[in-house]
Design a binder for this molecule. Structure first.
Ligand SMILES: [Zn+2]
Length: 188
């Protein structure tokens, strides 16, 4: 992570961290209202377009580009535009999480830094507070608690099936269900 570009950064002292869940909840409401779901899979590209359209002075562009294998993606600010870049070599589920993670940085941290570069998630999950929060944001956005509880209540109990249904990786789903207090079978 580094700081570059030409954007004025709000001084740390004047920065107020938005309430995480409020931000996610607002987006989840919009997603329901605007029909951004295919079953339980959120259309993350449409979500990015929506967020961009509500912040016309700081629009977001989403690009899929080749990156080295260890890099998942980045969010950078340049000439009035925020660009989310995603590693086109990664699989779709990982890419979706990357987009959601970078969207989290945009929503919560764009007044702190103007350049975020992310390596593969979950290995260094507690690297720092910003990364932890962006992961939390992505988890809540892609695996909303109410939809996940409904899916489990309706009989989908297998981690792999849940991951498929929400179009996320199994490790991401595992972290989410444990966080929500579900117990896993020994082999999962
Ligand atoms: Zn990050």
């Amino acid at each position: 992570m580094g700081v570059r570009g030409n954007r004025t950064i709000t001084g740390q002292s004047g920065f107020t961290e938005p309430v995480l869940m409020t931000g996610v909840d607002d987006l989840l409401h919009k997603a329901e209202e605007n029909g951004y779901y295919n079953n339980d899979s959120l259309d993350i590209e449409r979500m990015v377009s929506y967020v961009s359209s509500t912040n016309a002075d700081e629009p977001i562009v989403l690009e899929y580009v080749p990156m080295d294998a260890a890099t998942s993606g980045s969010l950078t600010y340049n000439n009035g535009i925020w660009t989310i870049r995603v590693n086109e070599k990664h699989n779709r589920r990982r890419q979706r999480f990357t987009v959601a993670h970078e969207l989290g940085h945009y929503m919560m941290h764009r007044n702190k830094l103007q350049s975020f570069t992310d390596e593969i998630f979950f290995r260094s999950e507690n690297k720092n507070d910003l990364e932890y929060k962006a992961n939390e944001f992505a988890s809540c956005l892609l695996m909303p608690e109410d939809r996940l509880r409904r899916a489990i209540a309706s009989g989908v109990k297998n981690l792999g099936q849940l991951a498929e249904r929400f179009e996320v990786s199994s490790p991401a789903m595992k972290i989410r269900v444990l966080k929500l207090g579900f117990k896993l079978k020994q082999n999962e």
